[in-house]
Design a binder for this molecule. Structure first.
Ligand code: ACO
Length: 319
């Protein structure tokens, strides 16, 4: 028995906000600086009051519609997010309520930009164990809420959005191999080191990053975990039809493709239009390429995440 993706969906809030728009909003930067170093040209920012569960709901409805099933048919809901609506209840439970599903297992996964790859791997294990049959797996973020808009080194990099897949038990091949890793020794190079205590924010509530350390770490582990997953499935890296790496920075994406021996024509890139949407980035890119016809049934797809923690992982699947 395999776990196979039967529906994909995504959602981006509002209109694109270009690099020049950020300059007009008062960020001390330029389109040239951002585009040259990161490949980012635009991102979407959620309207005031719209939450991760709101974006997740739109993406989920689209994925359920493609799968041709009603929300009541889902028995597992996992939401990957680092920007939950509340401390609790989980964003997955809030999404469940908005979808009108009752009784499914529902919980959040916190692995920052690797969150979707973690969540998909967990869902696959539930399905292969036989305990669950139809999972809704979502990455949803409103990173704009945890950015320090006075810190030009980070605020230009991120955006908001959501992506979702329906994963069902199937005798046809689906997920072929997975690999998840973390190394908490590197927690300090990318973090939001704050919390709420006694009604006050303690520590720092904004995203902080050592950009160059993150860059080096990401390039190394994305290539390593891609090879690990290919080895586990007995598929050579060049046998991957489409690589969908976490969309943080075009130079990280290009370096990963190079180390896998893949031409950029076989890499899905959305970082230019979406920025870094953390846990939403991989399902957003997957949905984009399925709906524009590049990804076809039967093709081999490598999904990869890397993010705060530090966490990283990959999923190799036959679509
Ligand atoms: N606009 C204009 N100038 C800027 C900006 C900006 N937005 N941000 C920083 N600068 C300036 C700095 O002030 C500095 O100026 P100085 O030399 O006068 O002091 C100069 O540009 C260089 O700053 P660095 O931080 O050293 O820039 P660097 O070349 O390292 O690029 C970047 C920064 C793009 C963040 C790079 O380190 C990177 O891509 N890192 C990867 C991090 C990443 O992608 N993180 C995403 C989250 S992590 C993840 O998802 C896995």
């Amino acid at each position: 028995m395999f776990a196979r993706i039967t529906g994909v969906g995504s959602y981006l809030p509002g209109q694109p906000v270009s690099n020049d728009d950020l300059v007009l909003r008062g960020v001390d930067t330029s389109d040239e600086w951002i585009a040259t170093r990161t490949g980012i040209r635009a991102r979407h920012l959620a309207e005031s009051g719209r939450t991760s569960s709101d974006l997740a709901l739109e993406a989920s409805r689209r994925a359920l519609s493609m799968a041709g099933i009603d929300a009541s048919g889902i028995d597992l809901i996992i939401v990957a997010t680092s920007t939950p609506d509340f401390i609790f209840p989980s964003t997955a439970c809030l999404l469940q309520g908005k979808l009108g599903n009752r009784g499914a297992t529902a919980f959040d996964v916190q692995a920052v930009c690797s969150g979707f790859v973690y969540a998909l791997t967990i869902a696959e294990k539930f399905i292969r164990s036989g305990s669950h049959h139809r999972a809704l797996v979502v990455g949803a973020e409103v990173f704009s809420r945890i950015l320090d808009w006075r810190d030009r080194g980070t605020c230009v990099l991120f955006g908001d959005g959501a992506g979702a897949v329906v994963l069902e038990a199937d005798e046809r091949p689906g997920i072929l191999a997975t690999a998840l890793h973390a190394d908490g020794a590197h927690h300090g190079i990318l973090s939001v080191p704050g919390n709420v205590c006694g009604g006050q924010v303690t520590g720092d509530p904004f995203l902080r990053m050592d950009g160059q350390a993150v860059f080096k770490f990401a390039v190394r582990v994305l290539a390593e975990v891609a090879h690990e997953c290919c080895d586990a499935a007995g598929v050579p890296p060049t046998g991957v039809d489409w690589l969908i790496p976490h969309q943080a920075n075009i130079r990280i994406i290009e370096a990963t493709a190079r180390k896998m021996g893949l031409e950029m024509e076989r890499v899905i890139v959305t970082v230019d239009r979406h920025g870094n949407t953390s846990a939403a980035s991989v399902p957003l890119a997957l949905d984009t390429a399925v709906r524009d016809g590049r990804i076809q049934r039967g093709q081999k797809i490598m999904l990869e995440g890397v993010g705060g923690g530090f966490t990283w992982g990959a999923v190799l699947l036959e679509f």
